[in-house]
Design a protein. Structure first.
Length: 252
């Protein structure tokens, strides 16, 4: 019998939660709404510290969604960052960095589909050995304004999509208008990944595997498609195609 694919969604950590003002999880409903609209059943990942638990969560699910959030600890991708650059790093979620790194490793070990959004796009790159641009305004002179927090549901810049890429196949487009709420970006791309979309200032806006046969689905985007699905159905298709790949895993 066909069952709805279970998608593990990695949430943010909140230092002061609503009930007891202690460390809690926080996740925009837009992510889980988009998964459900795409045909999947979301399961939110709890705070899990051990590799064994992360591996078991990985085994129980049919795919993983890495969501947005705070900055990634700089020592995970640059051990000798100059102090003036390190000062540009924003709020951190160190525990989350640890289990998301483990989760990416398990996704590759177990051959599960993965979709990364914003911080998730950056996390995928860091977990696989790549680096980040710590602060776009500091390190990329003349860059577009990529941090438009007051327009998070709007298409504020365009990205050019590589022909033949998974992103091009899913969207059927060579350019996409996207939202942009980030001050960091992917720097050196991890060896197993390749860039498949950039904005006009060269910022990396999407990545996929070089060898697409390695996982059933692997896509990461710097923008927030879950916030644009009402504006253009092309963004819902990203979730639908991800969930379809997860459904195939479930049948195997
Ligand atoms: Mn952007």
């Amino acid at each position: 019998m066909k069952r709805t694919p279970l998608i593990l969604v990695s949430p943010c950590l909140e230092r002061k939660g609503a009930e007891f003002a202690d460390v809690s999880i926080s996740l925009s409903n837009r992510y889980t709404d988009a998964i459900m609209a795409g045909g999947g059943l979301p399961q939110i990942l709890p705070s899990v510290g051990s590799r064994e638990l992360v591996a078991e969560m990985g085994r129980r699910c049919d795919g993983v969604l890495l969501t947005g959030g705070d900055d990634i600890q700089p020592h995970l991708y640059d051990k000798d960052m100059p102090a003036e650059l390190a000062a540009k790093v924003g709020q951190l979620e160190p525990e989350r960095d640890v289990w998301e790194t483990l989760l990416v490793e398990e996704v590759f070990a177990q051959g599960k589909p993965i979709f990364g959004i914003c911080r998730g796009h950056q996390m995928l790159n860091v977990a696989l050995g790549g680096t980040l641009v710590v602060d776009i305004p500091t390190q990329v002179p003349g860059a577009l304004n990529h941090r438009q927090m007051d327009r998070k549901m709007e298409q504020v810049h365009e990205v050019t999509v590589d022909r033949g890429s998974l992103l091009a196949k899913i969207t059927g487009k060579q350019t996409l208008g996207v939202n942009s709420t980030h001050h960091q970006a992917v720097g050196r791309v991890a060896d197993v990944l390749q860039v498949t979309a950039r904005s006009s200032d060269g910022i990396i806006e999407a990545m996929e595997l070089k060898d697409e046969t390695r996982l059933p689905f692997c896509l990461s985007v710097q923008f927030h498609p879950e916030r644009l699905i009402d504006l253009d159905p092309v963004f819902l298709r990203l979730f639908q195609c991800f969930v379809e790949a997860c459904a195939k895993v479930r049948q195997i």
